[in-house]
Design a protein around this ligand. Structure first.
Ligand SMILES: [Zn+2]
Length: 162
């Protein structure tokens, strides 16, 4: 199990760096991230959330296999957008409706160093966009209006003192 960093840690606000060689250590990191996500439990986890500033994330929605995305690029998004309630393992207990494209296309490498392209919709598209944001230092709160985002941030810090 890896430690998951939470809101307030600067690492969540930094940009992750491109992964050079997809070697055994990266495959091991991916495996540990998958285990950490499953045990949390959560449906997605990005490397910065475990304090590693590398462009990679993992996700697994119900009924699907665990998926690993290394050096991902979202290469297309649908015009259609929808609202869905999101949460984040780095901001436990806080949830909010976020507007995002319904469908995306993403290009990435897997943990064996193989490139792939994936077209995703529904919950998978949602999780991928949320995790992809983490690589830019962006949190789901940033998609809300400032007032709402500040209120939820306050609510989160208050919950820590309770
Ligand atoms: Zn998150």
């Amino acid at each position: 199990m890896l430690d998951i960093v939470t809101l307030g840690d600067e690492v969540l606000r930094q940009k992750a760096a491109v992964v050079g060689d997809i070697d055994g250590s990266i495959a091991k990191l991916a495996e540990n991230m998958i285990r950490t996500m499953q045990e949390a439990p959560g449906i997605g986890l990005a490397a910065p959330q475990v304090g590693v500033l590398k462009r990679m994330f993992v996700c697994q929605i119900e009924g699907d296999k665990p998926r690993v995305f290394i050096n991902p690029e979202i290469i297309g998004t649908s015009e259609e957008r929808g609202v869905f309630e999101e949460g984040c393992l780095s901001i436990p207990g806080i949830y909010a409706d976020v507007l995002r494209p319904d469908e995306i296309s993403i290009q990435a490498w897997n943990e064996r160093g193989r490139p792939f392209t994936l077209n995703a919709g529904g919950l998978l598209a949602r999780v991928i966009q949320h995790e992809y944001d983490h690589l830019q230092g962006v949190l789901f709160l940033d998609h809300l209006n400032q007032k709402k985002s500040e209120r939820l941030e306050k609510q989160y810090y208050k919950s820590l003192r309770a």
